[in-house]
Design a protein around this ligand. Structure first.
Ligand code: HEM
Length: 510
């Protein structure tokens, strides 16, 4: 009995000491923010794990109440001010920026560049991949992207014949995965060739609050990840399916290593396996993990942006009419596929894409970084007060908040592509792909996919006009879809809509 009391007392003492330390003596104790967030990470865990990706909105409210710099966790600062972007996400390769543990824990012991904490190791891993995703090399992927567009348009014709409403989110996921898979590995099963567009596979990746579990309950997640597959299958079938996907990727890397001949054309992993990278960087586990990030990061993000653009164009026939005029000039023959370089010159198409990227960022998580070698200085504009963020502290900024900042964007919650036509300089503020040395590797690819798919679909299809007895050509009509079906309701690393949303559904008519 005495021992239990002693233990309880010790625990109480520890909790009391931690609370007092964090509130009054911690290096971040002078930063503004609610006391509960300064005292425990459980506050963040509650809003992200229990309430499902809601902490982003709690942080937004903190900024409203406490200003542009707040303490969101005992050890983490969040800044909502565009002027701080260049300091935190510096492009200078000489200034080290490491990934903070929050996202690292989510990804656990992963060999990918995305989950590499160390600045120098990240630079080396990134340097090996950068050339494949340069603007020029992505341009060379035009045949692959156009081939996928042709496949998608072909599927849409089939769905038109069936006459039933079609969920476009899964169709877009299939299209974007087909593109990156072809680039990564050359051959692959194409999702768009499958009856259900590989919906069962995408189901396991649908962003949900469990994505936050690793950040808050790391040991539990590590324990789960190391269970035998059969046990996992029983406990969490979803994780087991994912483990199966990883096993397949590792087998694919081994297959490339053992293959006598390479496929025609450039593929990322054939080249990486044969490259002169150190052997420790070319293990099956590491390259398989890199492939996984590429396939996942390159799929849902771009697909959700495509769905958002489709919604807005079909909900606003005038906007679509203007876009179709622009597309008719750039692609005079409706039966030819778009030329990527021509699409760069279309102001409205690009303004629509930028506005969708701004308002519906595919990656919604806090971009937590740390500067290991220097204190970061932030000056609060309202009163000029200087905040010194000690070296090694986690500091983050977040696309869903920064992209809607009223200092930069008028009517920030409205979908107004015009803002980019009136002020093209606005595009430099877009935080959707993050900034600095760890910004999105695939942003040129994503952008080219967005241009090509939107141009290809809407050069062919007009919006259905219920007042006409006969339409002038093939049409699309929204089916039981509202703006809430594309708007961000939660941050589960990726954008998540309200519970029960079925995404963008349309009826296709020929
Ligand atoms: C609209 C589509 C996309 C959005 C919004 C997006 C967003 C982002 C963001 C915000 C990051 C930084 C994450 C962080 O540091 O925590 C990132 C990183 C990354 N993205 Fe994308 N992404 C998109 C498309 C793609 C595509 C098509 C690929 C295909 C290769 C890709 C591959 C990657 C990779 C490999 C990283 C890790 C980069 C690094 O750690 O250096 N992304 N992306």
């Amino acid at each position: 009995m005495n021992t239990i009391w002693l233990l309880a007392l010790a625990l109480l003492g520890y909790v009391a000491f931690t609370v007092i330390y964090r509130l009054y003596f911690h290096p971040l104790s002078k930063f503004p923010g609610p006391k509960i967030a300064a005292v425990t990470t459980l506050y963040n865990a509650y809003h992200d794990v229990v309430r499902g990706g809601q902490y982003v909105w709690v942080v937004e409210e903190m900024h409203r109440q406490y200003g542009p710099i707040v303490r969101t966790r005992p050890d983490t600062i969040h800044v909502n001010d565009h002027k701080f972007v260049e300091t935190l996400y510096t492009q200078s390769p000489k200034m080290r920026r490491e990934r903070f543990y929050t996202l690292l824990y989510t990804m656990q012991d992963h060999g990918s560049m995305l989950s590499t904490r160390d600045h120098d190791l990240h630079r080396r891993r990134r340097a090996a991949l950068n050339p494949y995703f340069s603007h020029a090399n992505v341009r060379r992927l035009e045949p692959v992207i156009n081939d996928t567009l042709a496949n998608l348009l072909h599927r849409m014709e089939g769905w038109a014949r069936e006459g039933k409403p079609v969920g476009m989110n899964v169709a877009f996921r299939a299209a974007t995965k087909d593109v990156i898979q072809a680039y990564a590995f050359g051959e692959a099963e194409r999702c768009l060739d499958m009856e259900d567009c590989n919906a069962a596979f995408f189901d396991i990746m649908i962003p949900q609050s469990s994505f936050h579990m690793g950040t808050h309950f790391r040991s539990l997640m590590l324990f789960m990840a190391n269970l035998p597959l059969a046990v996992m299958q029983l406990l969490v079938p979803r994780i087991a399916v994912f483990a199966g996907f990883m096993k397949e990727l590792y087998a694919r890397i081994d297959g490339i290593r053992d293959a006598k001949e390479d496929p025609e054309g450039k593929t990322i992993f054939h080249e990486l396996v044969k490259s002169d990278m150190p052997l420790s960087e070319k293990t099956t586990k590491r390259l398989g993990d890199e492939a996984m990030v590429m396939l996942i990061a390159g799929t849902d993000t771009t697909a959700s942006t495509l769905a958002a653009i489709m919604y807005h164009l079909l909900a606003d026939p005038k906007l679509l009419g203007r876009l179709r005029k622009e597309l008719e000039t750039a692609i005079p023959d409706v039966n030819t596929l778009p030329t990527a370089s021509k699409l760069d010159e279309l102001p409205l198409l690009n303004a629509i894409i930028r506005e969708a990227l701004r308002l519906y960022p595919g990656a919604t998580h806090r971009q937590d970084r740390l500067a290991p070698d220097e204190d970061l200085i932030y000056q609060r504009p309202s009163d000029g007060k200087i905040f010194t963020i000690p070296a090694g502290t986690g500091v983050g900024m977040t696309a869903p908040l920064l992209n809607r900042h009223s200092d930069v964007y008028a009517q920030p919650d409205d979908f107004l592509p015009e803002r980019y036509l009136e002020n093209p300089a606005l595009q430099k503020h877009l935080f959707t792909f993050s900034k600095g040395t760890r910004q999105c590797l695939g942003m040129h690819l994503a952008y080219q996919e967005l241009q090509t798919f939107i141009a290809g679909i809407f050069r062919k299809y007009d919006v259905y006009d219920p007042t006409k007895t006969e339409q002038d050509g093939p049409t699309l009509e929204l089916f039981e879809t509202t703006r809430a079906d594309v708007a961000m309701a939660a941050d589960c690393i990726n954008i998540v809509q309200y519970k029960g949303s079925q995404g963008v559904r349309i009826v296709i008519r020929h």
